[in-house]
Design a protein around this ligand. Structure first.
Ligand code: CA
Length: 232
């Protein structure tokens, strides 16, 4: 529905698979790490909007990983997956920096409602579904429910970052966004990942994929001294 990126850190493959399937059915993009080490690597290369952290991991505990992410300045929401009451006590009792927890076994429905609440809290209206389910401009049509972008009837292959960037801009037509605001909206609060230049590169890719004449864009326009906006 929303296209946010979620990192599942869970060593039990079957559980991770189930979550991955359930979350992607809801329109989230999902990555999976089986160890804390892998989770840290993935966080650097592809920072998520939200972490799902299992407490029991093979190389270190989910508690330690949570603390470490916060110590590294990661501010995205963290939802802990706990198995027993004493783990819940630790989540609540320690200053881990986790935002919420669910106790296994949990239903996908319960998990989704927690995830949505955390995303809303962290990213405000930018995490809300688009007001109408379809948008078209020029030769482009966007189907928000199916997460599909097409041009002249052909599906356009967008990366999750490009998709999210497009969504932020087009759901706020005419509103100029600074590169900094786009970084925060698209990459989450981890500002260290995106630089102004990163935004420019992704905008260029989007223009190449969607604009009739990318060199003189009609829809995704530059606002001098500010950044970018969508001109409907
Ligand atoms: Ca586990």
């Amino acid at each position: 529905m929303a296209g946010e990126h979620i990192l599942i850190v869970e060593d039990e493959r079957a559980v991770a698979r189930g979550l991955e399937y359930g979350l992607s059915q809801e329109g989230f993009t999902v990555a999976w790490a089986g160890t804390a080490k892998q989770a840290l690597e993935l966080t650097r290369t592809h920072p998520p909007h939200l972490f799902l952290l299992d407490v029991r991991l093979p190389d270190q505990s989910g508690f330690d990983l949570c603390r470490q992410l916060r110590a590294e300045g990661k501010r995205q929401p963290i939802l802990m997956l706990t198995a027993r009451d004493e783990e819940v006590d630790r989540v609540l009792g320690l200053e881990l920096g986790a935002d919420d927890y669910v106790v296994k076994p949990f239903s996908l429905r319960e998990l989704l409602s927690r995830i949505r609440a955390l995303l809303r809290r962290a990213y405000g209206d930018l995490a809300e579904p688009a007001p109408s389910s379809k948008l078209s401009f020029g030769e482009v049509e966007i189907d928000w429910e199916r997460l599909l972008v097409s041009r002249r009837g052909q599906v356009v292959d967008l990366t999750p970052i490009e998709f999210r960037l497009l969504r932020v801009l087009t759901t706020h037509p005419e509103r100029p966004f600074s590169r900094e605001a786009l970084i925060e909206a698209v990459w989450g609060y981890d500002g260290s990942i995106g630089s102004d230049r990163t935004v420019d590169v992704h905008i260029r890719h989007l223009r190449a994929k969607l604009e009739e004449t990318p060199a003189t864009p009609r829809w995704l326009v530059t606002v001098r001294g500010v950044g970018y906006k969508f001109e409907p």
